[in-house]
Design a protein around this ligand. Structure first.
Ligand SMILES: C=Cc1c2[nH]c(c1C)Cc1[nH]c(c(CCC(=O)O)c1C)Cc1[nH]c(c(C)c1CCC(=O)O)Cc1[nH]c(c(C)c1C=C)C2
Length: 576
């Protein structure tokens, strides 16, 4: 079903000239060191950061680095920092085991990953990394549970060719891809569509309900029939719009990427100190931290604690944000503390509820999120499962084969000193959206449900020696149809009501992964610094300018700046 949302004007049009004409000169310098070239905007006097998860910590950290003179207060409602990044050591008779209750591995190769790597380097955490090679079985061997068995997702050309003919999950893929170019293009007035409908329309239902729904369980724990194709599959959505078909677009070797991605990649590559780390990730699939993912948030906390300009307030939930437009210096108040700027990294609806009534929007209020139950299990016997990443379950699997509505199972790698089998069972997500978390089974029952699933799917009868169960409430925001447009409305409302003094960042807006959160924190802080303290954090969503990345390859002769462009850049520099 196509959405009937009204079309709204989009941002700037695609830029066709090479990079140097459009990237601000500061991107050519070694950033981020300290934002000394333009100085801290005069109105940036003191900042409240709401939320002590990875986005809030990153926002406070970037601010403390880029504007070291600005006092920062970080508010966290609970008694711990780090949010969903949570590493637990659980003791058992004879030892202890490390469990992750939220994100655990981070993708090695993406623009957003470069920002995290840059942060890791600055925090001097490089030697804490475990880099997983693309060819490692834990990266290569991914399974989908379908037709009562684990089916390997192919990762090579021969594997794919063979799989297309024999693997039941891949049924329909070959037919879908071969005939995709013949499928009718979406109507011009369509501005969004669900991922499920988009894939079914371009390929077929089988691909949507099996292969694609499993992948989206692993990322969003969400329902492909509600998630937005435009927000989540922007490249494919765009190719259909431009070429009438995704395959036609791919065959035309379309190399366009969002401008912001291209500029960010370029910026990160310019930092010489990043070269080794970026190179080390070239053949990697994911990376983890030897002592768990909390290593990252702990390092940020330590750094912040050492800054005399940062105050961290635990157990201090923010209920109301008051805006007094008559106070041009410190217009924002939280209880009896005043700030010039506030950045909220809290879940969208929570942010919305603390804004003054007139600034609240249904678009922010109504963002939904899924709850994911994570059950970690540790068994004494090694090799209870095949070597691999784990398996995902598609939405097509009937209830009898997946009675507890498990989304996927991770075959965790063992930390140093551990010997046995470590598994993580993820349950719930959109499948449990009709149940309030207060009505969920208790932790013992959830653990038994996880074990029951492993018995059914993998034949594991052994009793685990250690286990841990976490109910992650509202942990993955869902980008439902129209998400991009809704966020444009939120941007306009924040801009109109607070003139860029209140900004947002975090998984509610433009990417739910750890890398996305760090990237959004950085972009918002830098946005304030670059725009005289006026930025909402949602500007990226207002832009629809994609650029051909081959034009950004500065090793190519044709991309070198012309004399005219060099003159233009020099002029820009001297003007600053
Ligand atoms: C709490 C459970 C989570 C589930 N998804 C996410 C979390 C935190 C968020 C997420 N997961 C992945 C991505 C995309 C890549 C990225 O940005 O890092 C995001 C945003 C992919 C992913 N899913 C699982 C793992 C181990 C990874 C990362 C590594 C990889 O792709 O190679 C496993 C997994 N996550 C969830 C489920 C149900 C699941 C099942 C096996 C939900």
């Amino acid at each position: 079903m196509l959405s009937t949302l009204a079309r709204r004007p989009l941002g700037r049009v695609a830029i066709t000239r090479p990079v140097l004409q459009i990237i601000p000169t500061r991107h050519l310098n070694n950033l981020p060191a300290s934002h000394t070239d333009e100085g801290t905007p005069k109105n940036l006097k003191s900042v409240a950061v709401l939320g002590g998860g990875i986005t809030g910590l990153s926002a406070a950290w970037y601010l403390s680095k880029l504007a070291p003179d600005v006092p920062i207060t970080l508010y966290e409602s609970s008694n711990r920092l780090g949010g969903w990044l949570r590493t637990k050591r659980v003791k058992y008779d004879g030892g202890s085991v490390m469990f992750e209750t939220g994100p655990r591995t981070l993708r090695a190769n993406s623009v957003a990953a470069m920002v995290t790597l840059d942060m890791i380097r600055q925090l001097q955490l490089e030697d804490q990394l475990n880099i997983v090679h693309k060819e490692d079985p834990s990266a290569k061997n991914r399974f989908i549970y379908y037709a009562n068995q684990l089916n390997k997702v192919p990762n090579s050309v021969t594997g794919t060719l063979l799989g297309l003919l024999t693997n039941p999950v891949l049924k329909g893929v070959l037919r879908g891809v071969l005939w995709e170019y013949t499928r009718e293009q979406r109507p011009k007035e369509a501005i969004d569509e669900s991922v499920g409908s988009f894939i079914a329309r371009r390929l077929n239902d089988h691909v949507a309900d099996n292969l694609v729904s499993s992948v989206f369980h692993g990322i969003y724990a969400g329902d492909i029939d509600k998630l937005s194709a435009r927000a989540i599959l922007p490249k494919q959505w765009r190719l259909e719009g431009k070429y009438g078909s995704i395959t036609r677009g791919l065959l035309a070797k379309n190399k366009e990427q969002p401008f912001e991605d291209t500029a960010l990649r370029f910026e990160m590559q310019q930092v010489e100190e990043n070269t080794n780390l970026i190179k080390a990730m070239q053949n990697a699939s994911v990376f983890t931290f030897k002592d768990g993912i909390e290593t990252l948030s702990n390092a940020l906390v330590e750094d912040l604690m050492n800054s005399p300009m940062v105050e961290i307030r635990l157990n201090d939930p923010v209920e109301q944000l008051v805006y007094n437009w008559k106070d041009s210096e410190y217009p924002l108040a939280i209880a009896n503390h005043s700030y010039s700027h506030v950045i909220s990294t809290l879940f969208g609806p929570i942010t919305n509820s603390m804004l003054p009534k007139h600034a609240q929007t249904p678009e922010l209020r109504d963002v939904e999120a899924t709850n994911v139950v994570v059950v970690n299990l540790f068994y004494k016997t090694p090799n209870l499962v095949p070597k691999g990443f784990g398996y995902l379950l598609p939405k097509s699997v009937p209830e009898e084969a997946n009675p507890h509505r498990v989304l996927g199972v991770i075959f965790d790698s063992l930390a140093e000193g551990e010997s046995g089998t470590k598994l993580t069972v993820m349950m719930g997500g959109h499948w449990w959206s009709h149940i309030h978390p207060s009505k969920y089974p208790n932790e013992i029952e959830l653990t038994l449900m996880a074990r029951d699933t492993l018995r059914m799917h993998l034949g594991i009868h052994e009793i685990p020696v250690a286990s841990y169960c976490a109910v992650n409430k509202d942990c993955i925001p869902q980008y439902y149809m129209g998400h991009e447009y809704k966020m444009m409305t939120v941007h306009k409302s924040l801009k109109r009501n607070f003139h860029g003094r209140v900004a947002v960042a975090g998984p509610t807006y433009a990417g739910v992964g750890v890398h996305d959160c760090i990237r959004s924190a950085r972009a918002t802080i830098q946005g304030w610094l670059d725009n005289n303290g006026e930025y909402t954090g949602l500007e990226r969503q207002m832009r629809d300018d994609w650029v051909d990345i081959s034009k950004f390859d500065m090793t190519k002769e044709e991309n070198q700046p012309t004399e005219e462009e060099i003159k233009w850049m020099d002029e820009q520099r001297s003007r600053k």
